[in-house]
Design a protein. Structure first.
Length: 505
């Protein structure tokens, strides 16, 4: 493989075993879609909704769950982290597996496992078994999430049709997360088990509809299986995610933490070496040398990492420091979800007009302003209309503008045979990046509480260092995104291929 192969706009050209791209159906490239296409999109959106719903609902139910099962704080943490471990550790493999074995097959099997794990999780009475079901559920989501997105990007042709579909797709993801905060509070009053059982019937509906609507696809012809690449990729990514989520408890400088990070990096380095030498690599590394794709992955780390960390701090601040109820807290943060839900449908048209890079720059600007506002307007007794509401509005605008544009940029120009890989890559960046930023934020918040003597009665000062961190990451991400724009802005908009496929310097 030559250097020109790696940087070519036609990302599939360097692999002779790559299947020829099949054009999208005519109705999938225009503004009028058939009922079948709408049905496929509905199935994918429902699965995206369930993923967001599950994460936020379970978080609200943790105190009640821990009290009934007698679980310690560290055990409760692994109910969340068990899901993150399976999800973040296998996303990249999940997306590539869908490319190789067939998206429909992988999607439906993983969705069935997701439904079964949800059912079992709502019935068990043992903390260890509950954590195990969460890991299995995260593993299933690691296959459904990138596969759903790759089905979408291969069904709807690149351009206005795909941007419109991605906008609708992002609405359901944000709606699931924001709805989960409220539904979690309501369902937990009836019993924490309902937060685990509620997704089951909807997952089954999506499964039946998917069997009926999603068309069958032949397997890709790869000429061999990269077993060593798969083994080093899975073990390396899972160990990296485990090291990140376990570091706050063990200590970032503890020998075990350092050894696990070194081992994870060694496994990932072995994966890179393997992919460069095997004839039919699991992951074609040329994809990682496309400038727009690298920037999209860095942008998604910024968006997810900073927002989830900010929401984590706001949840603690509003409930622990100000004494708000879970439902009041959820309603306070609800404007962000509503803005994403109602704003995302128009983002696709804005992406068509202004391009993905400009929209991502606008999104990161809005996010950074939201964090800066709360950093300076927040206090021990904040006024909601002055300190909190403006931040939630700015964050909602940033998320609405950013998600669709980032997902579109991360998959633009990528051949159908690698859409699962591109989707898995950007979602892996989101999950692993969010876990890393959240872990560091948690350590800073805990340190701030100890330094201020406010462990039992948290105040705004305890969260100041965490707010500075997320603000700094947002500004850094904004700089990474806007510098290439400033270099190429000469009054004319570059053509799509030339603009979005600049090799990384």
């Amino acid at each position: 493989m030559t250097t020109s192969d790696l940087t070519s706009p036609n990302l599939a050209a360097s692999s002779p075993a790559t299947p020829v791209t099949r054009p999208a159906p005519p109705e999938a490239s225009g503004t009028t879609w058939s009922p079948r296409l709408w049905g496929i999109l509905a199935v994918l959106c429902l699965v995206m909704f369930l993923d967001g719903l599950d994460v936020s609902m379970v978080g609200v139910a943790l105190p009640s769950l821990g009290h009934e099962l007698g679980l310690s704080t560290s055990s409760l943490q692994w109910i969340v982290n068990g899901y993150v471990l399976g999800y973040g550790g296998l996303l990249l493999l999940g997306g590539r597996t869908a490319d190789l074995l067939g998206r429909r097959r992988v999607f439906l099997i993983a969705l069935a496992v997701f439904a079964i794990a949800s059912l079992v999780g709502g019935l068990v009475d043992n903390g260890t078994l509950l954590i195990a079901t969460r890991f299995v559920k995260g593993l299933a989501a690691a296959f459904t999430a990138p596969t759903a997105m790759s089905i979408l990007t291969t069904t709807f042709r690149e351009g206005p049709a795909r941007n419109r579909a991605l906008s609708i797709f992002s609405v359901f993801g944000a709606s699931g997360y924001s709805s989960g905060l409220i539904l979690g509070g309501l369902l937990t009053t009836a019993g924490w088990r309902w937060t685990f059982l509620m997704p089951v019937p909807f997952a089954l509906i999506a499964l039946v509809a998917g069997i009926a609507l999603i068309p069958r696809q032949p397997r890709a012809t790869t000429g061999g299986h990269d077993l060593l690449g798969a083994a080093t990729l899975v073990s390396g990514t899972m160990l990296l995610v485990y090291s990140v989520v376990a570091a706050p408890d063990r200590g970032w400088t503890s020998p075990l933490t350092l050894v696990s990070f070194v081992a994870a990096l060694a496994l990932l380095a072995a994966f890179v070496v393997t992919e460069r030498r095997v004839r039919n690599p699991l992951v074609r590394l040329g994809l990682l040398r496309v400038g727009s794709i690298v920037r999209a992955n860095l942008s998604i780390v910024t968006v997810f990492g900073t927002y989830l960390s900010f929401q984590f701090m706001m949840t603690l601040f509003l409930q622990s420091a100000l004494g708000w109820t879970p439902l009041a807290m959820a309603l306070a943060l609800l404007p962000t979800g509503l803005i994403v839900a109602f704003g995302s449908p128009v983002v696709g048209r804005l992406v068509d007009r202004y391009g993905t890079s400009r929209m991502i720059g606008l999104a990161l600007t809005s996010l950074a302003l939201g964090y800066v506002w709360f950093l300076f307007a927040g206090s021990d007794d904040p006024t909601y209309a002055v300190a909190i509401l403006p931040s939630t509005i700015l964050l909602g605008l940033g998320f609405a503008f950013g998600f669709t544009a980032i997902m579109s940029q991360a998959t633009e120009g990528v051949d159908d045979s690698e859409q699962g890989l591109a989707s898995g890559l950007v979602q892996t960046s989101a999950q692993v990046g969010a876990a890393l930023v959240l872990a560091v934020t948690t350590a800073l918040v805990a340190g701030g509480g100890e330094a201020s003597g406010a462990v039992e009665a948290p105040n705004f000062h305890q969260f100041h260092s965490g707010l500075v961190l997320v603000t700094g990451i947002a500004l850094l991400g904004l700089a990474v995104t806007t510098v290439p724009l400033l270099r190429s802005s000469r009054g004319e908009r570059l053509p799509l291929r030339e603009r979005d496929f600049t090799p990384v310097p």
